[in-house]
Design a protein around this ligand. Structure first.
Ligand code: ZN
Length: 166
């Protein structure tokens, strides 16, 4: 996921009751969501807390770190997912295993703002974009129920929120 260049060097501190909304892709395996390339497993029913796979570059916390690429990634707009969006639609239709899905995610905690997206400390999926017909696929229904997700129509991006650095 290419989130572009950092907008500023200091992180935003985003409260959990006022999260940032972003778009991202997941890999689906055994009815669970994973980061692309068999990344972190996203726990059903709870948020994901970022950790750094290259933690030798800096202290264990805080994550995301200013001089690293760690954090949970999301794009500002579903439109800028571009090629991943096409891959996701195709993979699900073709029943690839693993398949890919796109959806909306809420981000909070320590968040670095980039021009195309964010890398965040905490994240929770809130909806999957309708790039398939969910009524055709039982396992997708299970996925929606397991994570408590809605089906969203892609392209209904919220207007960008004015964010103030901490
Ligand atoms: Zn790091």
């Amino acid at each position: 996921m290419n989130i572009g260049r950092p907008v500023r060097q200091e992180p935003l501190l985003v409260p959990d009751h006022e999260p940032i909304s972003g778009s991202r892709m997941w890999q689906v395996e055994d009815g669970r969501l994973f980061g692309p390339a068999r990344g972190a497993g996203w726990p059903p029913g709870g948020p994901l807390w970022a950790w750094c796979p290259r933690a030798s570059l800096h202290d264990e916390r805080p994550v995301p770190h200013a001089r690293c690429t760690c954090g949970i990634y999301a794009m500002r707009s579903a439109g800028s997912l571009g090629r991943p969006a096409a891959i996701a639609a195709r993979s699900w239709a073709a029943r690839w295993n693993p398949a890919f899905v796109l959806g909306e995610v809420h981000l909070w905690g320590r968040v670095f703002e980039h021009d195309l997206g964010w890398r965040a400390e905490w994240a929770r999926p809130v909806g999957l974009y309708r790039t398939w017909d969910p009524s055709l696929d039982v396992s997708m229904q299970e996925l929606l129920e397991r994570y408590g997700l809605d089906v969203r129509v892609r392209g209904e991006d919220e207007p960008p929120r004015q964010l103030v650095p901490a």
